[in-house]
Write a protein of this length. Structure first.
Length: 507
């Protein structure tokens, strides 16, 4: 309303500035300063859109002046007067922004020669000196109030309560608006604030235009084209839930949609909008598309629409943190997924070694050295940007060694008959790490036969087989004699290995 009361939105904006001042007292980070520049750019784009809407209404005024000049003239004149008031106000702020840029060191220039954020975006002294010490804030305050009052005066008194105004410069307790807005604020935030003030003026003028145009007796279309739109309640849903979306024409017009056709089935709507529900079945990405049929003067026109949504299973994933282990030299299988995100949008990298994507959410990690390894998971958005989703730490360890055995026998006291039934030496891993097809084998060894008063050998064997000659010597042994296998070498999953000696005592 066009009164001295603060709107809810303005109260929220004032609260934002108070929070901003608290943040500034703790030193503004580079990310926050970057965010102010992003806000400034976004506000400039918003201002361009407001200009387009206002120009559309002004063009409509021009058309009505040709067809209904008597009915339109007085309102058209006020609309043009409001345009002049708004342009003067916007130009004043634009000149102030340029002056602020100059005294604050200017803007940086990127590789394409375009100006970007302020060079000294965290500077608080320069803007405070210009705005407060040199009185620019007080001058701006007067300009805002004068512009607001001039624009409101263009509208009949009975319609002024329809104007939503953010152009207030009220003090907060003992803090003046000038100090609240500019004291201790970095220049990056000041630039965004001045751009926001420009948009406040444009928005106020837009409300004034709408009221003036309504006085001619015509409704105002906010845009000059109609297009079909489908707005899902959520694009990521779990199995068993329903997909829900609002399907509508994204513009107000006297024409109404008569039919909505989806997958060959026709639906009716209410007030140009239809609420569509579809049970979520199979997991993965799904598409909904159709047409909206609208009766126009020259016949029925069709507006196509389409959208996608993802169905995912909401089951929990449980893992033991202390078992996050990768083995050096092995192809470690890993599953990586983000609930509700298609696998082709997931981006995963590893801090050491290589991470290969095999299919869907299955990956293979190969590390070369021991130590901590991080796997970083991100999601690639449709606009090409990448959003981090977490870092996961694994421990890279060497694979277990192996111990030699004579057949299935562990080193112990055995009979001659038992020993001679074993045909080869085996390499057995020290513990099972759960990998399939991990093979260990003996490639060579030496055998020494020790009797009480005699030593036979050593026999040097290439391979793992126990020769008949060794078995014959074992058959001559007596209780207490020893069979020693030494210098045992072999092959493991990632290369050569050496195993400890094993000794069997005849009993």
């Amino acid at each position: 309303m066009a009164t001295g009361k603060l709107s809810i939105r303005q109260k929220m904006i004032n609260m934002m500035y108070l929070v901003l001042l608290a943040i500034l007292a703790l030193n503004v980070s580079a990310e926050v300063l970057k965010a102010f520049y992003t806000m400034e750019v976004s506000l400039e784009k918003t201002g361009t859109n407001i200009d387009a809407k206002n120009n559309f209404i002004l063009n409509s005024f021009s058309m009505l002046m040709k067809n209904q000049p008597e009915k339109t003239k007085q309102w058209n004149e006020k609309a043009l007067e409001g345009k002049k008031i708004t342009q003067d106000y916007v130009k004043y702020l634009e000149d102030l922004k340029r002056e602020l840029e100059e005294v604050s060191g200017g803007r940086t220039i990127d590789d394409n020669g375009k100006t970007t954020e302020m060079k000294f975006s965290d500077n608080t002294e320069k803007p405070a000196n210009l705005m407060l010490n040199k009185g620019k804030a007080k001058e701006l305050k007067q300009k805002i109030n004068e512009t607001r009052d001039k624009l409101i005066a263009l509208v009949p008194a009975e319609d002024r309560n329809k104007i939503k105004i953010d152009m207030f410069t009220l003090d907060e307790g003992n803090i003046k608006w000038e100090n609240l807005t500019f004291e201790g604020v970095p220049v990056a935030a000041v630039m965004a604030t001045l751009t926001k003030l420009q948009n406040d003026g444009k928005n106020t003028y837009a409300d004034v235009l709408n009221i003036l145009y309504s006085k001619v007796g015509e409704s105002i279309a906010p845009v000059d084209k109609l297009f079909a739109n489908i707005v899902p309640k959520a694009k990521n849903i779990m199995v068993g839930e329903e997909f829900e979306a609002d399907i509508m024409l994204s513009a107000y017009d006297s024409r109404q949609a008569t039919e909505i056709v989806i997958d060959g089935k026709t639906y009716t709507n209410t007030d140009g909008k239809f609420n569509y529900k579809l049970p979520a079945g199979a997991q993965g990405e799904h598409t909904v598309k159709g047409i909206i049929k609208v009766k126009e003067r020259d016949g029925v026109k069709e507006y196509p629409f389409n959208t996608t949504y993802n169905v995912f299973n909401g089951s929990a994933a449980v893992s033991a943190d202390n078992m996050n282990i990768l083995y050096v030299g092995l192809e470690n299988p890993i599953s990586i997924s983000v609930p509700g995100v298609p696998t082709d949008k997931v981006v995963a990298t590893i801090s050491s070694g290589t991470l290969r994507k095999d299919v869907d959410n299955r990956y293979t990690a190969l590390v070369n050295t021991k130590g901590d390894v991080q796997i970083n998971v991100s999601v690639r958005n449709d606009d090409g940007t990448v959003k981090p989703f977490g870092k996961y730490t694994f421990r890279a360890k060497n694979i277990p060694g192996a111990s030699a055995r004579l057949g299935s026998l562990k080193p112990a006291a055995e009979t001659k008959t038992t020993l001679t039934t074993m045909n080869s030496l085996l390499a057995v891993p020290d513990f099972d790490i759960g990998f399939r097809n991990m093979t260990y084998k003996v490639t060579s060894y030496s055998c020494l036969i020790r009797r009480r008063n005699d030593v036979i050998g050593p026999y040097t064997i290439n391979g793992s087989l126990v020769t008949q000659e060794i078995k014959n010597q074992i058959n001559t042994l007596k209780k207490g004699d020893l069979v020693v296998f030494a210098n045992i070498k072999g092959k493991g999953p990632v290369g050569d290995i050496v195993m400890d000696d094993i000794v069997y005592t005849i009993r």
